[in-house]
Design a protein around this ligand. Structure first.
Ligand SMILES: C[S@@+](CC[C@H](N)C(=O)[O-])C[C@H]1O[C@@H](n2cnc3c(N)ncnc32)[C@H](O)[C@@H]1O
Length: 202
């Protein structure tokens, strides 16, 4: 029987442990996630498309994993998508999809590829068990004024004040305006929901 990883994905861990977890999961990630009805990539891509962002705008798929988020962006018609991920095993799978312009190994210090990017998409990435909330301000800093950042936060993140406080700080008097927020299905197979947020950089 294939080893299951999903329920082991939400503990707190640092970049080395995140990398090891996703490297070990890379071969079976798509199947296990599909089995549980992974809905968030399509919701994030649709929310980004609804901002009116040009379909040839350069987008960074931050924490692209095996590329399911890139596929959702491509379905919405976006054509210039770069990806980055901490896990070389996940990146190898993303590469095979042939839809990314360029793929970059993620950096443990959180530094992002130089871009320029008009939008950043972080689906299932800024979350307990993956990237810390500080990644949100790092990503916003990479965008020009008017740029868009779409991200999801699952129920585990929504229950963790470090994540929700970080989101409130960004759009309170911070570097971005919250232009979309919607709670909905994330992984219905394990009864997990997520909120999709779109921020516009000020
Ligand atoms: C749940 S997966 C989501 C992958 C993809 N976005 C999707 O929707 O299928 C989380 C991914 O984020 C990556 N990740 C976690 N922290 C990261 C960081 N600081 N920088 C880049 N990637 C990171 C992990 O390696 C993993 O591939």
């Amino acid at each position: 029987m294939t080893e299951k990883f999903l329920t082991k994905s939400y503990g707190k861990r640092g970049p080395q442990a995140v990398k090891a977890h996703y490297d070990a999961w890379a071969d079976s990630y798509d199947a296990e996630i599909a089995e549980n009805g992974y809905a968030t990539p399509a919701r994030c891509a649709a929310a980004l498309a609804a901002t009116g962002l040009g379909r040839s705008a350069a987008i960074l798929d931050l924490g692209c994993g095996t590329g399911l988020s890139g596929v959702a962006l491509a379905v919405e018609g976006f054509t210039v998508i770069d990806g980055t991920d901490l896990s070389p095993g996940m990146l190898e799978k993303a590469e095979k999809r042939g839809l990314y312009r360029q793929l970059f190994p993620g950096r443990p210090d959180g530094a992002l590829p130089p871009g320029p990017y008009q939008a950043i998409c972080a689906v299932g990435v800024i979350s307990p068990g993956a990237a810390p909330i500080s990644m949100l301000t790092t990503a916003l800093a990479r965008l020009p004024a008017g740029g868009a950042l779409v991200m999801s936060l699952n129920d585990h993140g929504l229950a963790d004040a470090s994540y929700t406080d970080g989101i409130a700080a960004v759009h309170g008097h911070g570097p971005a305006r919250l232009i979309f927020e919607e709670y909905g299905p994330h992984l219905p197979g394990i009864n997990l929901n997520s909120t999709v947020y779109v921020f516009e950089k000020q």
